[in-house]
Design a protein around this ligand. Structure first.
Ligand code: GLN
Length: 481
């Protein structure tokens, strides 16, 4: 069984009767069994997957209506609720938490006959960018297992890149879909804020985060976006996209489109190989008829500081509920007074979440809020104004997704500031609510490099067209796994 086909090819093959959902899903499970000990993408695997695939094959045979996914195996980041399944956020705090309802994206994918092949690894509560902060051990980069796969949706990117699923659903608060996509050579998409319902996503920093797909091709991302986007009464930040079809006209090209090269994202600290790849991407886009020009976004230099201030504050409030009473109950209250009970319970958080909780308690506190939190909000507003100005002149913006190559597991784990800086190119899309995509573009010493394109809010369709055009110019090596 060829597990390397794209989601759209899979649909075609199943429709034509060339493969069955059961065979494909069974082979995918075999691949997980064969490979996951090495790369550790999965936290749990769905025991029922093959049975579910059999049922879909039966539906196909008997001529019943079948959903657009035709049983394709999709992995799900472990901060998205699937009713009756464990949803741990890769945290000891939620180690035994079983979700009582389905996230909206899950409901939508179920209606389309997707099969959830398993829940995948992540940094604890989505805080991090290497998957090393998972309480259940790091995932490893299939391109070189000594290296981090990126994060926080590291398990998602690994599972797509190592053919352990057809596509994955992750979440992106400051780059968590795009960063691992870049490090593992997959496509990663952060839609316009509000395009996909966050109902059933365990919140980290809800004012800026979005759910997004990780796939092998840009077309597969457009296909999934068609299925999972749209207004949802359970999430009042969702926008009505009028059932936009992201797949139609994806091959429209980018002739005459103006693309701004973000100066602050190709400057200091960039790896020379990443810079070269970016230059090559720009020249390819020009050959396709785009007009590329540098643009300066002055506020980008403050974006990481603002991002961590805002997200720590929101996380501090969102994670206040994990007190071993409402969630994570595993020792009785007898013998404790209130504060000692809560502080013992909260020690179940790992080092990164603890760091954010301390920061998130401090920066918005009385006497400090003006200096930190409110200032960070000002940076966010100014950055948004700057980016809006840029989109008056440009249709799209471009940068490398991550300024550096994947690094070794353990290399930066004790240096939070240098880790935070790796987010410099991704947080802008979150702080401004704009859509952004990472596409696999190049390799250096066997390690992947992704290119990031941004569009203005609600121009997701244009963004996918541009990404598709660039993707067509690239041929990449096969993952050595
Ligand atoms: N690295 C960023 C953080 O730790 C982004 C994480 C994310 O997008 N969930 O907050």
């Amino acid at each position: 069984m060829n597990l390397k086909i794209s989601a759209l090819e899979y649909v075609q093959e199943v429709k034509n009767g060339n493969i069955s959902a059961e065979d494909f899903v069974a082979s995918t499970i075999d691949q997980i069994k064969k490979i996951d000990d090495k790369v550790h993408a999965f936290l749990s695997v769905n025991d029922d997957a093959v049975q579910q695939a059999q049922n879909i094959d039966k539906k196909i045979k008997s001529g019943e209506n079948v959903g657009d996914c035709f049983g394709m195996p999709i992995s799900i980041k472990d901060n998205l609720c699937i009713k009756g399944s464990k949803t741990t956020c890769a945290s000891k705090m939620l180690e035994n938490f079983v979700a009582p309802y389905d996230a909206t994206v899950i409901t939508k994918l179920k209606q389309q006959d997707a099969i959830f092949i398993g829940k995948v690894n992540m940094d604890e509560f989505a805080m991090g960018l290497t998957t090393e902060f998972s309480a259940f051990g790091p995932s490893k980069n299939p391109w070189n297992i000594d290296y981090v796969p990126g994060g926080s949706s590291g398990g998602s990117a690994v599972s797509v890149s190592a053919f352990e699923c057809m596509a994955s659903i992750g979440s992106d608060t400051g780059g968590s879909v795009r960063n691992p996509a870049s490090f593992c050579s997959t496509v990663g998409y952060k839609p316009t804020y509000g395009l996909i319902s966050r109902f059933g996503l365990i919140s980290y920093a809800n004012s800026i985060e979005q759910i997004g797909p990780l796939t092998r091709t840009v077309k597969d991302t457009a296909f999934l976006l068609n299925l999972i986007s749209g207004i949802d009464p359970n999430d009042n930040t969702t926008i009505d996209n009028q059932n936009e079809d992201y797949l139609s006209d994806i091959d429209s090209g980018i002739e005459g489109k103006k693309i701004g090269i973000i100066k602050e994202m190709i400057g200091e600290g960039i790896d020379p190989a990443v810079l070269n790849a970016t230059k090559e991407a720009i020249s390819k886009l020009e050959k396709l008829g785009a007009i590329c020009e540098e643009v300066s976004l002055d506020m980008v230099k403050y974006s990481v500081a603002a991002y961590y201030t805002i997200t720590a504050t929101e996380a501090g409030s969102n994670l206040a509920r994990y007190d071993n009473l409402r969630y994570g109950y595993d020792f009785p209250v007898e013998g404790y007074e209130f504060n000692s009970y809560i502080s013992k319970a909260r020690r179940k958080f790992g080092p990164e979440v603890t760091r954010r909780m301390i920061l998130g308690g401090f920066v918005p506190s009385a006497g400090h809020a003006g200096k930190y939190f409110l200032k960070a909000l000002k940076v966010k507003n100014k950055l948004t104004k700057e980016v809006n100005e840029a989109f008056k002149k440009f249709d799209l913006l471009i940068s490398p997704t991550v300024p550096v190559l994947p690094f070794k597991i353990g290399e930066k784990i004790d240096d939070p500031i240098s880790l935070f800086l790796v987010d410099i190119n991704t947080v802008t899309a979150n702080l401004t609510g704009k859509p952004a995509i990472s596409i696999p573009f190049a390799h250096s010493n066997g390690l992947p490099i992704g290119i990031q394109l941004f569009a203005d809010s609600n121009h997701d369709k244009l963004l996918l067209q541009a990404a598709y055009a660039l993707e067509q110019t690239v041929t990449l090596p096969e993952v050595p796994i």
